[in-house]
Design a protein around this ligand. Structure first.
Ligand code: CAA
Length: 381
């Protein structure tokens, strides 16, 4: 059920205030220290941000997709590292359970994910399986009422804080491709599960990605998500949804960068006038606004379609493709408008420039989105 308009506006205003008052003032410190303070994470828990997409009966806010992308846009007004803290509980870590979990699985896991008591991570990518997600090599071999899991997952967001993993592994090693893959809930405390050190990354310091190793980890069969052999579809449907959420974040970051660029163009003087009076600067600002507005409309339209129960695989791919490329262009123009100051850490623009690069890579590269869109078209969708 959608929230009534007043409640929705109140929620968005609360998130907006939290972002502006608690996150923006410390975003450069978070970037330098590669750490979001525990007090901020605690406040995110109190605001219910870990549970925005989890149904109310399991303690979440049960937002619609449209409401969720509006929240994502608000969260995009600061360093995306803050959003990443809640990102996997809201999206790819939890949604396998929301969409495919049994009643018992939902009752056991969703309340803890909604409250932020535990963090969920999505373990699909492997050293040899990135864009070609159906080629996963991690195995989950049936053994009585358990599966024995062996393999390595790579670049797993929030793995270092995870209490559980939504794992995709090959339960039928004789079957190549998507059909041999099943999905599982794997508690991080399972003997044989270990997490590597966070990777050093180009941007989004404060958000962490790590390897996760499975060494003869015994996972109870009742923790399988969906039917055996349907894990790839679980992953794809979770990603369809996640791609909309990420598109919302891209819109938010672009809007923040436009705000910063306008402010700077009003203050900075060159050749005896504010740089905002130069038409070449105005042209860049207008391009940024037009593209961000187009992305906002796309994301909201796709989210509304999903809320109506329509299949949005193609629309989610279009939104992710356009919004992530758009925010890259906007960040580039923001650096250009700031000039030398855009290249210097103190102004924060170069940090955003680095932060947004990942949006064109994770949850499906731009090229994968193109492929999904074109395949859909050629199938006559
Ligand atoms: N919804 C439901 N089912 C779907 C689906 C969808 N969106 N997409 C595919 N499927 C089904 C197909 O219908 C097909 O089913 P049948 O066999 O019954 O016909 C099956 O899944 C296999 O589909 P394809 O033949 O299309 O599979 P493919 O191997 O050609 O791959 C792909 C398709 C779109 C390229 C896919 O591999 C893909 O999306 N790759 C990108 C993976 C990705 O996004 N990785 C990001 C990891 S998570 C992350 O980045 C976050 C982090 O933590 C860092």
């Amino acid at each position: 059920m959608p929230l009534d308009i007043d409640t929705r506006d109140q929620l968005l205003e609360t998130v907006r205030r939290f972002v502006r008052e608690k996150c923006v003032p410390i975003e450069s410190k978070v970037g330098e220290e590669d750490r979001v303070p525990d007090s901020v994470i605690a406040e995110m828990r109190e605001l219910g941000l870990f549970g925005i997409s989890i149904p109310t009966e399991y303690g979440g806010l049960g937002l619609t997709m449209e409401e969720e992308v509006l929240v994502a846009m608000e969260l995009g007004h600061t360093s995306p590292a803050f959003r990443s803290v809640i990102g996997t509980n809201v999206g790819i870590g939890s949604q396998g359970v929301v969409m495919f979990g049994t009643d018992a699985q939902k009752k056991e896991w969703l309340p803890k994910l909604a409250s932020g008591e535990i963090v969920a991570s999505f373990a699909l990518t492997e050293p040899e399986a990135g864009s070609d997600a159906a080629s996963v090599r991690t195995t989950a071999i049936p053994d009585g009422d358990h599966y024995i899991v062996n393999g390595t997952k790579r670049f797993i967001t929030n793995a270092n804080r995870a209490g559980m993993f939504t794992l995709m592994a090959r339960s039928d090693p004789d079957r190549k491709g998507a059909g041999g893959i099943s999905a599982f809930i794997v508690p991080a405390s399972t003997p044989g599960v270990s997490v590597g050190k966070p990777e050093k990354k180009m941007g989004q310091q404060g958000a962490h990605i790590c390897d996760v190793n499975f060494d003869n980890a015994r996972v109870p069969a009742n923790l399988r998500l969906g039917k055996e052999g349907e894990g790839f579809k679980v992953a794809m449907q979770v990603l369809d949804r996640g791609r909309l959420h990420i598109s919302g974040v891209c819109v938010g970051v672009a809007e923040r960068l436009i705000q910063e660029s306008v402010k700077y163009a009003r203050e900075r003087e060159q050749f005896g006038q504010k740089i905002g009076e130069f038409q070449l600067i105005q042209g860049m600002l207008a391009d940024c606004k037009t593209e961000a507005y187009a992305a906002r409309c796309m994301v909201l339209d796709a989210a509304q379609k999903r809320d109506r129960g329509e299949n949005v695989t193609m629309e989610a791919a279009c939104a992710k493709y356009f919004a992530s490329e758009m925010v890259g262009r906007v960040a580039d123009k923001a650096v250009q408008i700031f000039g030398g100051a855009g290249y210097v850490a103190d102004y924060g623009i170069e940090r955003f420039y680095r932060d947004v690069r990942i949006f064109r890579l994770y949850e499906g590269t731009s090229q994968i989105q193109q492929l999904v869109i074109a395949r859909g078209l050629l199938r006559g969708e």
